[in-house]
Design a protein around this ligand. Sequence first.
Ligand SMILES: *[C@@H]1O[C@H](CO)[C@@H](O)[C@H](O)[C@H]1NC(C)=O
Ligand SMILES: *[C@@H]1O[C@H](CO)[C@@H](O)[C@H](O)[C@H]1NC(C)=O
Ligand SMILES: *[C@@H]1O[C@H](CO)[C@@H](O)[C@H](O)[C@H]1NC(C)=O
Length: 620
Amino acid sequence: MLVYKRFLIFSIISIASTQHINDVFVTLITDVSTSLFPATRISCHLCNSISDDEILRLSWQFSNHRLIHTFRNNFDHLDPLIYDNLEHKNLYILDMECEYSIYALQRANASELFSSPKKWLLLGRENHWEDLVIKETFKDLGVYPDSDVLMARKMNDSEDFDLISIYRPSSVREVIIEFRGNWSASGGVRLNDRRVASIRRMNLQKTPLKSCLVMTDPDTINHLTDYQHKRTDPVTKATYTWINHMIKRMNATISFEISDSWGYKMPNGSFSGMIGMLQRKEIDIGGTATFFVAERIEIVEYVQLYTKTRSGWLFRQPLLSSVSNIFILPFQKRVWIAIGVTLSLVFPLLYMAMKWEYSQNRDSKSAKYWRELNPANPSFSDDFLVILGAMAQQGYSYEPYRVPSRITTLMVLIFALSLYASYTANIVSLLQTTTDAIKTLADLLYSPLKKGAQDVIYNRHYFKTFTDNVRKALVETVEPKGKKGSWMSLDEGVRKIRNELFAFHGELGTMYQVVQETFLEDEKCGLTEIDYLNILYPLLVIQKRSPYLEIIRNGALKIKESGLQDREHFRLWTKKPECYGNTNFISIGFQECYFPLVIMGYGTLITVAVLIIEMLWRKR
Ligand SMILES: *[C@@H]1O[C@H](CO)[C@@H](O)[C@H](O)[C@H]1NC(C)=O
Ligand SMILES: *[C@@H]1O[C@H](CO)[C@@H](O)[C@H](O)[C@H]1NC(C)=O
Ligand SMILES: *[C@@H]1O[C@H](CO)[C@@H](O)[C@H](O)[C@H]1NC(C)=O
């Protein structure tokens, strides 16, 4: 085969009596194939009346024009591939005056060789190819709008040819003959319409097409165009509108079937749902946009018209107080160490001052009042209580009397005052702070948030297909083995996001709409989304090798250009709600006071334990 690629070749299958084939034809073919079809590989079927020498001469001329070619002057088969599979470079040439030419057309029809991107040039060398004859010849052939069948027909005895294109809008419509221009030996190809086929053949003459809508809720059928109940099946509603625009543009009609599934690969290899219908060619167009996933690429053709559907985890970043102990956060570690050092210095100083004070002039008259307050020799626990009282701003019963103890207590009090002021100021702002700690799927997995997912068929399908550990572990949290999973409706999920520490997986646009309707202004702050399925936007799908591919692609571009796509996006999907500042006051609940409560709880337990030990001690 490589040899074929490199060299211009020819082959002669059989040789018969001579009949002159004009140089005119060589010029016609080379003109058409260089100007109209930029083809470089030609499979040429001529009549068996053409001689060996004639073909040699033709081949030589083709080679001069750098066209790879094969010649046959009888019919045994049509090459489905000419040399290689660069199909768009292939041109079939068929001489319509041969006795086998109608049979050859039927064979081409049976192997679907008229479909895009293969090209055909038919030579009507005698002037008997009237419109009616052509219509009769092509009436059952599959020359649909994607075909490229050009006929050069001789009109009268001059050397001029009409160039006509032959196609049928669909299998239920008549043959249409398009007049494309003409060709003459002196003037070459003159076209009167240079528009591409997908524009010229847009009018399908009310061809009935079939489609299928995917609905997760049967009630959607009643609300396809009224923008009610936007949160169920927005993809179906958007695509339905676009398809209707497109069908109108194509002058076709459409009927819809209903399915409850987009379609997934079944164990035996065939697909279910809408994709299955496309695979079995029961419908022409998929009525609902479909995720772009690898396993479907071979089954259906994707068209670049997408809906802005995104799925992902949505949650509110938890308050700082619910994930970490905010009571140690106001000061940096160094400050806490400095406080510890200061206290451990002050403790012996005050002890010494108190001891010294007690031993000095207790009996003087001026110390009478002081003696009443401090009847006993101060101990370590007295010292401890004084410092604790000062640091906790709770007061104590000790009354410093002499200068050293007064200096020490004053120092402790001022120290405690300044610490206290900065500590309380900080803690108030920390109480209202949300974390932005959860940024990745792994963060989410190890966070205290509970998880749930929207109960729709594609979530259930794709959740089973993950292979990486974090995603699998997250699926496990939604659907623990052997237990009923936390699959729920969208409304319930969003309500939980609002009221609990909860992360919900679902369609983001619809979730935002519920958020917009039900959340208070300050609750919209800290909303975070994380992508999970890792799938592209859903796209429009049609049958593989559909004859309407180019027309539909053009329609899709038009819908995009004219803003009709954005219109549906705008009306059916809600953007992420904005957070307009945290202006609300924060109410402090048990959650925020968790750590002090824990400390108090342990304190109480220790006291009870000490009490019991004391009682046992006394008994002994
Ligand atoms: C051409 O092919 C189509 C299907 O591809 C078939 O329905 C039709 O009957 C064929 N026509 C002829 C004349 O064989
Ligand atoms: C659509 O097709 C019908 C049937 O062939 C035809 O009568 C009508 O004029 C077409 N409409 C347009 C807008 O081309
Ligand atoms: C594959 O299985 C489904 C049911 O599981 C069945 O409906 C379908 O016909 C099967 N397809 C083939 C090609 O066997």
